[in-house]
Write a protein that binds this ligand. Sequence first.
Ligand SMILES: [Zn+2]
Length: 88
Amino acid sequence: MAGASSEDGPGICPICRSQDDYRVPTFTLWGGMVGHRLINHVYCNQCGTGFNSATGKSNLGRIIAYQAFMFVIFVPIFFILFLLLLNL
Ligand SMILES: [Zn+2]
């Protein structure tokens, strides 16, 4: 993200600056039950913003990369399974 503040740090919300006041989700729409764990994604208890607890910065780039990665992995798998089903 451009214009990152020098105040960004581990456990600090990038929007409201609350420190160590966040929750770890059990499920996310974009990452299911494991995606957020892979990229330290948490939600601020004060403003609800999702961010990276390890860096205190936005996780948007990582989320997009995660989704792209899952897309590359799973689309061919489903495509192959689909072809197998047609041939059975
Ligand atoms: Zn916040």
